[in-house]
Write a protein that binds this ligand. Structure first.
Ligand SMILES: NC(=O)c1ccc[n+]([C@@H]2O[C@H](COP(=O)([O-])OP(=O)(O)OC[C@H]3O[C@@H](n4cnc5c(N)ncnc54)[C@H](OP(=O)(O)O)[C@@H]3O)[C@@H](O)[C@H]2O)c1
Length: 228
């Protein structure tokens, strides 16, 4: 979607193309619930154990109500929900890697994106099945989510990334992880074989809710483009 073209123009135009039989499906990327003006077949929006924003802004509810397929982009949290996240500071990202600028400016992680247990305040932090005895405010980051998922992955004998992808699939979504490496492509594909039990899904929900990031998803420039 282009900000300069009103959706009231572009979506009916796409609908005309479909009605004329020139295309079968319409998919939208980074839309909001209010954008679903015609029958849209699929939407692509961010979703991962790190980013569940669209569970509360109406997009997922609307997609389910209208039977629109939800294609979850960045299901590995932009590469963080993996066994060996290789970046120690934002400067470790390649100069042309958008994470170097954009992610390092995101308020909850700015400048300390890669450091463990330093930034987000929580009123409570749950472990895999129990509440931490002391309910005093805890400090953690996305790293806390990774550390907890790691325990679940160890029990199931698979990679953290595979749990992250299996969990997105368990929500009924189509995960599209990105990789430049054939071995990882195979590993990610194999996540389709991993079934999470109801108890494991509850465990994931506890982990995610306890360490949910707050604030914008991107730095100012990207945030202005997505608008939500
Ligand atoms: N519609 C939109 O606005 C939008 C926005 C962003 C992304 N997307 C799409 O969503 C897809 C994925 O998003 P994304 O690439 O941003 O994020 P992602 O899938 O959450 O993470 C990709 C990162 O994870 C690493 N990775 C992948 N599999 C791994 C594994 N098994 N173990 C360890 N590391 C692994 C990759 O590094 P290596 O390459 O080194 O393996 C890459 O740095 C892409 O197709 C992209 O085009 C769409």
């Amino acid at each position: 979607m282009k900000p300069e073209t009103p959706l009231e123009e572009s979506i009916p135009a796409l609908d005309e193309i479909r009605k004329a039989g020139k295309t079968k499906y319409i998919g939208l990327s980074e839309c909001s619930a209010a954008t679903l003006l015609a029958k849209i077949d699929a939407i692509q929006a961010e979703y991962s154990a790190f980013e569940t924003l669209h569970e509360t802004d109406g997009l997922i509810d609307t997609a389910r109500e209208l039977n629109v397929a939800y294609v979850a982009y960045s299901p590995l949290g932009h590469g963080w929900l993996v066994d060996n996240f290789p970046y120690k500071t934002p400067d470790d990202f390649a100069p042309d890697d958008f994470r170097r600028k954009s992610m390092s400016q995101v308020p909850p992680f700015g400048g300390v994106l890669c450091q463990p247990n330093t930034h987000i305040q929580h009123t409570h932090l749950l472990t895999s099945s129990t509440q931490v005895p002391n309910s005093k405010a805890k400090t953690s980051t996305k790293r806390a989510i990774v550390d907890e998922i790691k325990k679940l992955a160890a029990r199931k004998g698979c990679a953290i990334s595979q749990i992250a992808l299996a969990w997105v699939a368990a929500q009924g979504f189509i995960a599209i992880p990105g990789t430049t490496k054939a071995g990882r492509l195979e590993e990610n594909w194999a996540s389709r074989e991993i079934e999470l039990t109801e108890e494991e899904k509850l465990e994931m929900r506890r982990i995610i809710d306890a360490a949910k990031p707050h604030g914008n998803r991107y730095g100012p420039a990207h945030q202005a483009m997505v608008g939500h």
